[in-house]
Design a protein around this ligand. Structure first.
Ligand code: ZN
Ligand code: ZN
Ligand code: ZN
Ligand code: ZN
Length: 579
């Protein structure tokens, strides 16, 4: 028998490709844990996950009610407030400013850890007796109806956004100004209905476009001015459906499209949707990255299965929305501005480190299973704690007491199968249908309840209260008093209103009033963004002037499902055609 010699590098190679096959305890699908994942879990001191990545995302997002807002009263001052916690939920809810003040003491209801109960039971109790902040809206001015936002000014119904001014009905909008109905945009001004676009000015209905001005209906265009219905263009002016015109001819043709009327916009939108199908679609928008999979990523190194993240990302997996310095972060939504070693976190970071199962935890180190805590160190199962050290279930300990108790609690949680996993879904303060989980994985009430999620029956909003049925074709016919009227959404029948600042925007841009409610408009924009799911596919390029013979052999992971009609190209084929 010939003995086979292994060099040490053989072992290293073998270790790299070693995969652990696990079966998801919820959906029963098989999922892999790579050796690299294993090292991460080891570093965090947690066991391998029992749920697959999609089910983990679902269990994380039930802690994020991003867009469901209620009118209710502050439990302390009785002041009318806007809140993400419904008035019929069992929680004590404080006005945001009152919650942040020193007028109340989060330690008042602190609890001793009871080793005869699970951690989840006790954390659930703590969340019910300790006041919660009505809304997550930091450092903002005149932006009451905005949630999971920071540094906002004069903005309205805008969510998961940062640093906007005069922005309405937008999501994942960063540093935008004077814009309406935006999704995943940055540094745009005077824009309307933009999706995944940056640095645009006075443009409407653009997708995946950068630095474009005075344009309508663009897909994947860069540095273009005065273009309508164009795809894959670079540095162009006066193009309509990818054909060049003189400025005079362009003006004439643009006027003929009647983009100041609803029917003109609808007609051009339909033509653009058709035209867009023949454009070249890059498999993913991954820019200045190394070894990354996902979509809309910039500045990443070894980022996997992640979406909408930007700048200084190292060893990140299963994260969505955020960036600006993430190191060793797995399973996050809305994480960034400095987060090192984070796992199962939501709206967490701001110079945080070693955070496990943290929701709305900013500037905390060694924080575990905590909800809305800030600038603290070594906290475990806390809520509403600020500027504290060594706390468990909102009770203060000395350092040595804390360290001993923490060890015992982790052992207790390990035994119950709680440690290193998200808390049981029944203790999230939200119904499934109020949260982002429902957006990613829509369920019926029965399905949600059978999986252990809660359900909210009394969702906000009305139907049948409309005072006006006909909505004018052009904005010049609309009187000031329209802001007193109630409309019914043409798609879902829900009632909605037009606010004064919004009316002023439509007037300045000569845009007709919308006939759909903000939620349906948001859903329509979401459908223009690819899903946060990856499929393995082969480049579709068969161009003869490229270096490949026949079909390009390059494989990639893409958000374009295999049955979609678009031409999806690898980076090289895309670059040789478009630039
Ligand atoms: Zn699963
Ligand atoms: Zn609607
Ligand atoms: Zn190719
Ligand atoms: Zn090619």
């Amino acid at each position: 028998m010939g003995a086979r010699h292994h060099s040490s590098s053989d072992y290293v190679e073998a270790a790299k490709i070693r995969l652990f096959m696990n079966t998801c305890t919820q959906c029963k699908k098989e999922f892999t844990v790579t050796d690299q994942d294993s090292l991460f879990y080891e570093k965090m001191g947690v066991p391998h996950p029992v749920l697959c990545a999609d089910c983990r995302r679902q269990h994380l997002l039930i802690w994020r009610n991003q867009r469901t807002l209620y009118s209710r009263k502050c439990s302390a001052t009785n002041k009318p407030i806007i809140s993400i916690f419904s008035p019929d939920s069992p929680y004590i809810v404080y006005d945001r400013d009152y919650w942040w003040s020193a007028a109340w003491d989060p330690f008042e209801h602190g609890m001793d850890f009871d080793f005869s109960k699970t951690f989840a039971e006790q954390f659930n109790e703590l969340l019910r007796i300790t006041p919660l902040a009505a809304i997550f809206n930091g450092n903002s001015e005149n932006s009451l109806y905005c949630n999971h936002v920071g540094s906002m000014k004069n903005s309205y119904l805008t969510f998961a956004s940062w640093g906007d001014e005069n922005v309405m009905y937008s999501d994942l909008s960063f540093g935008d100004k004077d814009s309406v109905d935006m999704l995943e945009t940055g540094d745009c001004q005077q824009c309307y209905e933009l999706v995944q676009s940056n640095n645009c000015f006075d443009s409407k209905y653009c997708i995946q476009s950068e630095r474009c001005n005075n344009s309508w209906f663009l897909f994947d265009c860069k540095d273009c001015d005065n273009c309508i219905g164009c795809t894959n263009l670079r540095h162009k002016q006066y193009y309509i459906f990818n054909k060049p015109y003189t400025p005079e001819e362009y003006k004439k043709r643009a006027a003929e499209l009647r983009l100041d009327t609803r029917s003109g916009i609808e007609k051009t939108k339909r033509e653009f949707e058709e035209f867009k199908k023949s454009a070249i679609h890059k498999y993913a928008n991954i820019i200045t990255c190394e070894s990354c999979t996902g979509d809309t990523l910039t500045g990443g190194q070894n980022v996997r299965y992640s979406f909408a993240l930007r700048d200084e990302l190292t060893d990140v997996a299963y994260c969505i929305n955020g960036g600006r310095n993430l190191i060793d972060v797995y399973d996050g939504y809305g994480v960034g501005f400095g987060l090192e070693r984070g796992y199962l976190c939501l709206d967490t970071g701001a110079n945080g480190a070693d955070n496990i199962a943290c929701f709305v935890v900013w500037g905390c180190q060694y924080a575990y299973y905590s909800y809305n805590c800030h600038s603290s160190f070594e906290i475990f199962g806390c809520t509403g704690v600020r500027n504290k050290k060594h706390c468990i279930l909102n009770r203060q300990y000395t350092q040595s007491e804390y360290e001993q108790l923490k060890k015992k609690i982790i052992a207790h949680m390990r035994e119950a199968g709680e440690w290193g996993h998200l808390p049981s879904p029944s203790i999230s303060p939200f119904g499934y249908n109020e949260t982002l989980a429902h957006e990613y994985t829509p369920l019926t009430k029965e399905q949600a309840i059978s999986l252990g999620f809660k359900w909210q029956d009394a969702m906000p909003g009305t139907t049948g209260r409309e005072t006006l049925v006909e909505v004018s074709e052009i904005i010049t016919d609309v009187p000031d008093l329209i802001v007193n009227e109630v409309f019914a959404c043409r798609a879902c029948k829900r009632n909605y209103r037009i606010v004064t600042a919004e009316l002023a925007f439509y007037r300045s841009k000569e845009l007709p009033l919308p006939t759909q409610c903000p939620q349906c408009r948001y859903d329509a924009r979401r459908s223009l963004r690819n899903p946060h799911t990856l499929w393995n596919r082969q480049c579709m390029c068969e161009l003869e002037n490229h270096s490949h013979a026949g079909r390009c052999p390059v494989q990639f992971e893409t958000t374009y499902a295999p049955d979609r009609p678009e031409k999806v190209y690898c980076e090289t084929c895309y670059q040789s055609e478009i630039i």
